[in-house]
Design a protein around this ligand. Structure first.
Ligand code: PEP
Length: 247
């Protein structure tokens, strides 16, 4: 089996303040070393101070969205070049909150992933089904369709992305996919990635959806789960550190 280093990424969403961020980041730095890789995806306005706080450490940072355009008259948007300049290693694209509240299509998500990669920022591409889709037995079809759009767009660069499986019904709800449910979907995604790139065995597939210190270890022990995308628990240093240790 290929050895893949675990990756734990915090998604702060629209939370934080300069004071709270400074406290959280210094607690994360104090909690080192971590066995796997650790990153935080922060609101864009906090990227530069996050970069300053984490510079010289082995923690990475990233953004939560990126424009599909390189530059231009796109008020309110942030380009991949700007993220690269802010030292971002990662950017989340296609989070279910953006798909739901900003009507982001599979094609738009794919274009964003491509824009990020073009500037050397690794896209963390989120896929996941709603509760209604799961109950209708459509989970596999939905996640494969979402991933397929990105694979097609990225073509030979597809192996450079990180994928996050985030069942929509498990995000911020306290409901977690069981390790077996998550593993089953991860195995499907890995097979799809491998068929497309030939490098599926080395690609990272994260799980996200109400990961907490008490369920992290069993999720991360699954063969195809390479770490987590952590929302709520990434805002509390003690919980995020405990999850990172579980990896
Ligand atoms: C997320 O928003 O990516 C997420 C997984 O959130 P939570 O951990 O709070 O469910």
């Amino acid at each position: 089996m290929a050895q893949r280093r675990k990756l734990i990424v915090g998604n702060w969403k629209m939370h934080g303040s300069r004071a709270a961020n400074a406290e959280l980041l210094s607690a994360l730095l104090a909690g080192r070393p971590y066995l796997g890789d650790l990153a935080v995806c922060v609101p864009a306005v906090y990227l530069h101070e996050t970069a300053a706080a984490l510079a010289g450490s082995d923690l990475r940072w990233g953004a939560q969205d990126v424009s599909e355009h390189a530059q231009g008259a796109y008020t309110g948007e942030v380009s991949a070049a700007m993220l690269a300049e802010a030292g971002c290693r990662y950017v989340i694209v296609g989070h279910s909150e953006r798909r739901a509240y900003h009507a982001e299509s599979d094609e738009l998500v794919a274009a964003k992933a491509q824009a990020a990669l073009a500037k050397g920022v690794t896209p963390i591409v989120c896929v996941g089904e709603t509760l209604a889709q799961r109950e209708a037995g459509e989970t596999e079809t939905v996640v494969k369709r979402q991933l397929s759009a990105v694979i097609h767009r990225l073509a030979h660069c597809a192996a450079e992305m990180v994928v996050a499986y985030e069942p929509v019904w498990a995000i911020g709800t306290g409901r977690t996919a069981s390790p077996e449910q998550a593993q089953a979907v991860h195995a499907v995604l890995r097979a799809q990635l491998h068929a497309a790139t030939g490098r599926g065995a080395t690609m990272k597939i994260l799980y996200g959806g109400s990961v907490k210190p008490d369920n992290a270890a069993t999720l991360f022990a699954q063969a195809d789960i390479d770490g987590g995308l952590i929302g709520g628990a990434s805002l509390k240093a003690s919980e995020f550190i405990a999850i990172a240790r579980a990896a």
